[in-house]
Each structure stands twice: as structure tokens, then as C-alpha cells.
Design a protein around this ligand. Structure first.
Ligand SMILES: C[S@@+](CC[C@H](N)C(=O)[O-])C[C@H]1O[C@@H](n2cnc3c(N)ncnc32)[C@H](O)[C@@H]1O
Length: 311
């Protein structure tokens, strides 16, 4: 974890209290802490930094086995989805360029919540001063950090059965990475001070969270009260495997979030549901088609509904 990001961090376990973390550095290279820890003076919790990866979920290191986003096949799928345009793939998706195009360049920090293997965060590093990609999948964060530090990655794309196609992904030379980092954390208990970010994104994650409203309220806490942009997008594939229906932000017939999630989230941001303050102005909304690849004959097309807001 790059030392430049230390000042932004607080203990996620002590939220809503905000206590800065103290770093203990065992090994660092050119400002990147490779081995060390971050400890909270309030609750005494210690968060590990191992092989450059900071583990900042409230419970510390997250058990990996239960998360489908840790599986090599899923990492390969997301690498294709995020970088297929750079690889010149025939079926490439331009979704991340389209999402990135909705954000204006701005001074300040930017957060990509649920960054997976990092494409949107790499795009934001061209537009903001400091950018953090955050995800609770260790495999995704390791992969994003490897691409960030080596600027290249060898990929094995599943073709058919056990057959794979080996390709090398190289970051374009003019993409900055000095101002970018990736951490493991929980999008429902974000380890950052209030009002720290001028840009925030939550792409295709809210329906994967047990507490979607808590995530949006965390985003709201982290955004600067004035001069902030928020890009939200989601296909709203609500499932009781992930969250009880009473937690969904849409897709049910009764309760405070009855009806369609896109309308409800616009109402929430614009202050008509009373829980996000100060409220946001929605600049635009609409669909972005996004594509995930399983193997060379199997792609999933997903209609992700974006909402771009500012305040
Ligand atoms: C459908 S993927 C979308 C990834 C990326 N934003 C994109 O649009 O390509 C959902 C992402 O949310 C992450 N995620 C799920 N639950 C999370 C949590 N509680 N905290 C942080 N990330 C989470 C997953 O690991 C995964 O990277």
C-alpha cells in the first residue's frame, strides 16, 4: 500500500467513530509498503499489509474460500471484461470507457468501490489527484496491484474446456499509476475519513451487498459536501441469496423501496427519501451495456443502469 494513502485512512471497525490508523512498516519499496500493519489506537485492532495488499475490512483478513470473486475463472472473466478493448478482442466491451467518460477531471481524491481488477480506477487516475480502488476480493486486488506495479499482466483466457489462450496485457504508456492504489475493504464500512473524496463510483456492486443502503450512506459520508461527483451503475439483479428482500433498494411491491431501484436511488440522492444529506443533483441516467466473457463461445450481456450525480 502506497504511503501517500495513509492520511486518508481510519479504523473501519470503530465507525461511526473516525480514528486515524498508525502505520508500522517492516518493508517498503519506493513508497509502497510491502509488509507492515496499520493499528487503531482506539480499539487496538491491527490490520495487516502483506505483499503490498492492505486488509482493511472491519474483521481484518476476509476468509477467501467462500467468495466466488476469488476463483481464477472469475478473475479471468473480469480481466477480459475490463481490458478486452486494450487487448483488441473481437467482442470487446467499451462499457468502462463509457462509464469513465461520465466523470469530469477534478482536483482531489477518487474512490472506486468494488473495483474488481481495476479498469475504472485506472481510468480515474487520469482525472483525479489520488485514486483508490477497493474490493473485498483478495484475488481481484492482488491482480489489480500487479498490473499497477508491473504495467503488464500475462492472462490465460478460457477458450473451451481446459484449453486456454495466453495473451499479454500492457497498460498504455501514458496511463499514470503513481497516484493509484488498491486495497481490500468492505464497501459497507469504508476505512476513510468523512468528506475525503471528490469523485466516487459504485459500479455493478450494490445488488451484491447484504446492506445496499449502508453502502450508499457510506459513499455519502465519504463524498465532499460540495464539489463531489458520484457515478452509480447497477443491473439490479436482486437476490435473497445475498440480501434479505427488505434490504433491496427496489424490485419489491411494498416497503420504503417498493418499485424500481433506479427511481428509488434517484429519489434517495435528490433528498426525497430523507436519508442522504446534503442531497445530490442527478445530471444524467440511462443504460450502459456491459459484457462478461466465460469462454470463447459464451458471453453475458448486462444492462447496467447508471446514475450520474453531483453536489
Ligand atoms: C459484479 S462485480 C462488479 C465489479 C466492477 N465494479 C465492475 O463493474 O466491473 C461486483 C464487485 O463487488 C465486489 N464486492 C462484493 N461485495 C463487496 C463488499 N462487501 N465490499 C467490497 N467489494 C465487494 C466483488 O468482489 C466484485 O468485484
Amino acid at each position: 500500500m502506497k504511503q501517500a494513502f495513509l492520511d486518508l485512512l481510519i479504523c473501519p471497525h470503530c465507525l461511526p467513530g473516525e480514528y486515524p490508523l498508525q502505520a508500522s512498516i517492516q518493508d517498503s519499496r519506493q513508497g509502497d509498503i510491502i509488509t507492515g500493519s496499520l493499528s487503531c489506537p482506539q480499539c487496538q485492532k491491527v490490520y495487516a499489509i502483506e505483499e503490498g495488499v492492505a486488509f482493511l475490512a472491519p474483521q481484518g483478513k476476509i476468509p477467501q474460500a467462500t467468495n466466488r470473486y476469488e476463483m481464477p475463472a472469475v478473475v479471468a472473466s473480469y480481466l477480459w471484461s475490463h481490458y478486452s478493448d486494450l487487448l483488441g478482442e473481437e467482442m470487446a466491451t467499451d462499457a468502462y470507457q463509457r462509464w469513465a467518460g461520465l466523470m469530469r477531471p477534478s482536483p482531489g481524491n477518487c474512490l472506486d468501490g468494488g473495483c474488481a481488477v481495476g479498469r475504472f480506477a485506472f481510468e480515474m487516475a487520469k482525472k483525479f489527484d489520488l485514486v483508490v480502488g477497493l474490493d473485498n476480493s483478495v484475488a481481484f486486488i492482488r491482480t489489480a496491484r500487479e498490473l499497477m506495479s508491473k504495467r503488464r499482466l500475462d492472462l490465460a483466457l478460457p477458450e473451451e474446456g481446459m484449453l486456454q489462450r495466453h495473451v499479454t496485457l500492457e497498460l498504455p504508456p501514458d496511463w499514470p499509476t503513481f497516484n493509484l492504489d488498491f486495497i481490500v475493504a468492505d464497501a459497507q464500512a469504508l476505512p476513510f475519513r468523512s468528506g475525503t473524496f471528490a469523485g466516487l463510483a459504485s459500479l455493478n456492486m450494490v445488488d451484491k451487498l447484504p446492506k445496499p443502503l449502508q453502502h450508499l450512506s457510506e459513499i455519502n459520508r465519504l463524498a465532499k459536501p460540495r464539489g463531489a461527483q458520484f457515478l452509480f451503475s447497477d443491473p439490479f439483479s436482486w437476490s435473497t441469496d445475498v440480501a434479505s428482500a427488505t434490504e433491496w433498494l427496489g424490485g419489491s411491491e411494498a416497503g420504503p423501496f417498493a418499485g424500481r431501484a433506479q427511481t428509488n436511488i434517484i429519489d434517495l440522492l435528490e433528498g426525497r427519501k430523507g436519508c442522504l444529506d446534503p442531497c445530490w443533483q442527478v445530471e444524467s441516467h440511462g443504460p450502459i451495456w456491459w459484457k462478461i466473457r466465460t469462454h470463447c463461445n459464451h458471453y453475458e450481456m448486462i444492462r447496467s443502469c447508471f446514475i450520474k450525480a453531483s453536489r
